[in-house]
Design a protein around this ligand. Structure first.
Ligand SMILES: C[S@@+](CC[C@H](N)C(=O)[O-])C[C@H]1O[C@@H](n2cnc3c(N)ncnc32)[C@H](O)[C@@H]1O
Length: 409
């Protein structure tokens, strides 16, 4: 059996791929187990549902890491094909998203007991078992028993042996990036832009599942996005352009004011999402598929323009469990250049005295303060919301177009 401790250095840039590495043990201290939201050990024992939920979770994890599938797209169909209901479906969702988020920390705990790399099925089972033991309130015997039972026969011995060792493994994290389970570049980028303490707090908050906030019209929307809509102070009868509108959360929020909202998105398929959401919330929104850089309205026409620009999404990572492993390190700078182009195109549509709101759900300097330098209009102070357990991170700033003849400052 391939179970043995070896000591090799931690890789420099972790991209979420299974690796056979790891560091030697430090002082043995039993890790603290974070809370799980009240699941009892009884719900997690080796019942038929307990085994089924681990089988579905392992299959989902295999597809996410093995086939590179998106976590949110994989899970729904697998759950629908299973016989799992309510509470068990919620448990699988928590296990799959949590294991995906924490995979770098989990691999660190696991790899000290692996000599050779293992296949995706085994890796998924080991991560799932380790997640239950170290990050959920599942007693070791229950986590090991159910995870081993849900693994393929040929690897049960290995999974059982490694999970038993992992249960006693100390949390001797070699870095904050391993402890919080992010690629190095994300920790480095946000630390450079926000300061180390704020960055680590934000990253820690984004390891928690997002809570659901529902508006009066039934639309689920994060408080940070609702705040951007409120800051724009749309008035009845105003013409408001939302240039990057899909799926339509902010457009429908703006329409509730009685303003006339024209919402566009580059991709027709995504523009249709806006229409669907407008219909389901009973909002009056004119929707079109269009590039914001050549929006088909005349210049200087809008009372207000919202540019909720495409961005790296580094402030909303808790919503997409696998995003941190997908985003490319060049994304902030690459997107910053596009955001500048979009900002100038959006500015051309605002009438004299009108408002322009720039917002992104990220906090990197390249996508925020560096972008808005392109516009010399009077502006309110930027609103910077760091990700917390209650809301996503969001950065927004409102500009006012100077009246004709008035100088910009
Ligand atoms: C952050 S999302 C917008 C979220 C939306 N405002 C909401 O609150 O529901 C950014 C959107 O910009 C769109 N997009 C990207 N490039 C664009 C472009 N050149 N013109 C218009 N839309 C674009 C993307 O398809 C994506 O739907």
């Amino acid at each position: 059996m391939n179970v043995r401790t070896i000591a090799v250095p931690e890789p420099k840039q972790y991209q979420g791929k299974p690796e056979n590495q790891v560091v030697g043990r430090a002082k043995p201290k039993k890790p603290k187990k974070p809370k799980t939201g009240g699941k009892s050990a009884g719900a997690l024992r080796r019942t038929a549902e307990g085994l089924d939920s681990r089988r579905v979770a392992i299959k989902a994890l295999e597809r996410i890491t093995g086939a590179g599938s998106f976590a949110n797209l994989v899970l729904g169909p697998l759950l629908d094909r299973s016989s799992l209901e309510g509470r068990d479906r919620a448990l699988v969702t928590e296990m799959v998203y949590g294991t995906t988020r924490m995979q770098r920390a989990l691999d660190h705990l696991i790899d000290q007991f692996l000599l050779d790399e293992v296949d995706h099925h085994t890796r998924s089972a080991l991560r799932l078992g380790t997640y239950q033991i170290h990050f959920m309130n599942v007693p070791t015997f229950a986590a090991v028993d159910a995870t081993v039972g849900a693994s393929k026969k040929r690897v049960r011995g290995l999974v059982n042996a490694v999970l038993r060792k992992v249960a006693d493994a100390p949390h001797d994290w070699p870095s904050d990036a391993v402890r919080l389970s992010y690629p190095d570049w994300i920790v480095d980028r946000l630390s450079a832009d926000l300061g180390r303490t704020a960055a680590l707090e934000a990253l820690e908050a984004m390891n928690e599942a997002a809570i659901t906030t529902t508006r009066d019209d039934g639309y689920v929307q994060d408080p940070a996005s609702q705040e951007v809509v409120a800051l724009l102070e749309a008035q009845p009868g105003e013409l408001i352009l939302d240039l990057c509108a899909a799926p339509g959360g902010k457009a429908t929020g703006l329409a509730a004011s009685g303003a006339f909202v024209v919402a566009g998105d580059l991709h027709a398929k995504r523009a249709r999402l806006v229409r669907r959401n407008a219909t389901s919330t009973g909002s009056v929104v004119a929707v079109l598929a269009a590039d914001a850089r050549s929006f088909p309205v005349r210049e200087d026409c809008a009372d207000a323009v919202l540019l909720d620009a495409p961005c790296s999404g580094l402030g909303s990572l808790r919503r997409r469990a696998d995003a941190r492993w997908r985003i490319d390190p060049d994304a902030p700078v690459r997107l910053g250049a596009i955001q500048r182009e979009l900002l100038l195109a959006a500015a051309a549509l605002v009438k004299p005295g009108g408002r322009l709101m720039y917002s992104v759900c990220t906090l990197t300097t390249a996508e925020t303060t560096d972008v808005i330098k392109a516009l010399d209009w009077p502006a309110s102070a930027p609103v910077v919301r760091l990700p917390s357990t209650d809301s996503d991170g969001m950065w927004s700033q409102m500009f006012t177009r100077p009246q004709a003849g008035q100088r910009a400052v």
